[in-house]
Design a protein around this ligand. Sequence first.
Ligand SMILES: *[C@@H]1O[C@H](CO)[C@@H](O)[C@H](O)[C@H]1NC(C)=O
Ligand SMILES: *[C@@H]1O[C@H](CO)[C@@H](O)[C@H](O)[C@H]1NC(C)=O
Ligand SMILES: *[C@@H]1O[C@H](CO)[C@@H](O)[C@H](O)[C@H]1NC(C)=O
Length: 486
Amino acid sequence: MLAHWRSGLPLFLLTTLAPFFAAGHSFENTAIVRTVELGGSVVHVTTTYAVKALEDGASVYTIALGEKEKESTSWLAAKIKGQSVKLHVEQHSLNLDGGVYLYDVNLPAPLKTGGTTNIVVETVQTHVTYPYPEEASQKDGQSLKYESDLLVLSPYDTAVQRTKIRSPFPQIHSYTEPEVEYTQDAAVTKSGATLTYGPYKNIPASSSNQFAAEKQQRIFVHFSYEHPILEITKLERAAEISHWGANLNIQDNINLLNAGPKLKGHFSRLEHQSQSFFQRPAPHMLPGLTLHLPAGIRDVYYYDLVGNVSTSKLRTTSSVPKGSQSNQYSVLELKPRYPIMGGWNYSFTLGWDSPLADSAGWDKESGKWIVGIPVMTLIPGTVVDEEELKIILPEGATDIEFHPPFPALLNRLSTHITYLDTTGRPAITLAYKNLTDKHAGIVYVAYKVPLSAHFKKPVVVATALLGVFALAFVWKRVDTRIQKQK
Ligand SMILES: *[C@@H]1O[C@H](CO)[C@@H](O)[C@H](O)[C@H]1NC(C)=O
Ligand SMILES: *[C@@H]1O[C@H](CO)[C@@H](O)[C@H](O)[C@H]1NC(C)=O
Ligand SMILES: *[C@@H]1O[C@H](CO)[C@@H](O)[C@H](O)[C@H]1NC(C)=O
């Protein structure tokens, strides 16, 4: 173990330090613009770096995140402005200067000295807002505080930078007005529901612990937020594939938390009813949820700790042929027995069946089945703190492969025994943390099943030879459109 570590280290240092030193001084930022879209449990941040190469062949641009920023960032992607191709991003595995985390972005083509480009980095932050005040009575409003670092860090000199923070609702109660040495003018200006920190000029390379300690500042924004703030503290999804029944069953065990201010005093149904009747209900009260489920589902069930909940409404649509451009989905209006107030948890189970052919294909070349399983059902603006996704394959499945849309924190292959099985069914378990709308992708599973034991019902399979990547392409398009509709 020790020997392995010792012999591994020099190579490890080489690979991580080389790009840093090679790229460290080869750019300058002519401008950095950061836009923060405030939200409840999820905050979207877009940072555009207008960069100029200071040497020929500059192809690796390094971005920096402060420690708190890194901790709360659950998703990061980089593109060239105006293009849709994601650039390869690699985190430095060695944190050279504690407190600042570096990521290398590989540009599509090296720049010549003086060459310019615009790099757009999108991140999603979770758990960066909290209710303030922490408690509210049933008739109070709801406000949040967002906290962030003031300056965008970079290993390069920056000519000018500014950060815009936009609130989705008009009322901003208060915000930090910092002292900043990089400007002669007001450090922050407010226009409607947008705060602009900057422009700040001539900021030296700032990706050092020293800069973070001496020049970086924390800022906060206190704003009014009029939607319930949802957090799924735990999601257990089980997807069970059955060739025998030509069925895919998906079941979610969900722990939902209303992360708004805790309810002061007791819940009054009378107050709730008169509020609903005369005006809009309190923003920190969740009466129900509207979910988009796949087209073609049947036998939908929903129960909580008490039993079946029958107050919900479901509109299903018929199955969509695989690969079609249709973006139909079923709509479930989920209505718990009582409204979920701030600070309350609600645990429930939601499940459904769907024709296996809607998400499965046969790849003739490899002789394998390929099945696409959605990572989760998206609830916009909601963070999933923890997910365990278990995919249960048919009995006797072999040569199992899986391709998650983004790496899982943990994955394992095990055996799942149900009462019908003799030998048990292989199961893939994936663990995730801090999932957001950016993570609503598909896990592709490929496997072989012995012909002898299966296919009582012939499964209708599209004859087109769709490989994993062709499938991924189509599904991605469908997904995007569903998100846009919301
Ligand atoms: C999830 O988010 C919390 C709060 O921001 C953070 O402390 C934690 O490190 C994150 N975990 C992962 C695996 O990203
Ligand atoms: C819930 O509903 C399902 C189907 O409608 C039924 O089979 C089941 O027995 C019900 N369970 C309870 C506890 O009522
Ligand atoms: C709700 O769930 C969270 C996370 O599981 C827990 O920390 C909290 O104490 C729960 N709240 C209540 C009121 O039970």
